[in-house]
Design a protein. Structure first.
Length: 233
């Protein structure tokens, strides 16, 4: 079918470009260890602060996510990342990440007890979690490419996924399976350090690929993409 050829052509461009950009900006991989160190130190400090420590740890986690998303944005938009980009990255999308995390926390805080009271409540809760993961899967890309409010991020992700799910998910599922298989390997010592680097590399590559794939799909239609493919695009 033509849509398969069109999708494979999109994947070829996205994967090829992601590989080139990931290699060009290989130093970004080091941020995985920076974020891990920051969260580890914060976790130790948060443990003695009680509930306030929990809020601090959540805020620091959101700042690390903001930093990573901003670095991915710079790679996708400008093909390069500088030290200055890293320095200003922590606050760039901090409140966007906090807003989405807060909405998620509110929903599950209110919904989980009610769902667990239902027959097969744990299964229903798992289905709800999977539905949220699917329908709001494009939120990270919309944060740095869409620049929407928290509520708009969710609605825009829903619209994007329902329109482009057949092109969006195969590549993402493949990356998720590879990530799970690597992360599940029992290792220790130097090997565990190497595995952490490999997981970081895969996450880094996947996020760049997702950004490029999102740009390919967002704002276009199946018919428009098919026409571009027939025209040699």
């Amino acid at each position: 079918m033509e849509w398969i050829l069109v999708t494979l052509n999109i994947y070829r461009r996205a994967f090829s470009r992601a590989g080139t950009l990931a290699m060009k900006n290989w130093t970004v991989l080091g941020t995985v260890f920076v974020y891990s160190a920051i969260l580890s130190v914060t976790g130790v400090l948060a443990a003695v602060l009680g509930i306030i420590g929990g809020f601090v740890l959540s805020l620091v986690w959101a700042a690390c996510v903001s930093s990573f998303l901003y670095l991915v944005e710079m790679i996708v938009r400008t093909s390069r990342v500088t030290l200055e980009d890293f320095q200003r990255s922590f606050g760039r999308y901090l409140w966007d990440v906090v807003g989405v995390a807060f909405l998620s926390w509110i929903f599950f805080t209110l919904a989980t007890p009610a769902i667990l009271e239902m027959p097969q409540g744990h299964l229903v809760l798992l289905c709800v979690q999977l539905a949220i993961l699917v329908l709001f899967n494009a939120v990270p890309e919309l944060i740095y490419l869409g620049h929407c409010t928290s509520i708009q991020l969710l609605s825009e992700s829903y619209a994007f996924v329902t329109e482009n799910w057949i092109e969006w998910f195969p590549a993402n599922i493949l990356a998720a399976v590879l990530l799970y298989m690597i992360a599940a390997i029992p290792l220790d010592g130097v090997a565990m350090f190497a595995r952490t680097a490999l997981v970081g590399l895969l996450v880094y590559f996947t996020m760049v690929m997702r950004g490029l794939l999102f740009i390919e799909l967002h704002g276009s239609t199946h018919r428009g993409r098919a026409f571009k493919y027939r025209s040699g695009g």
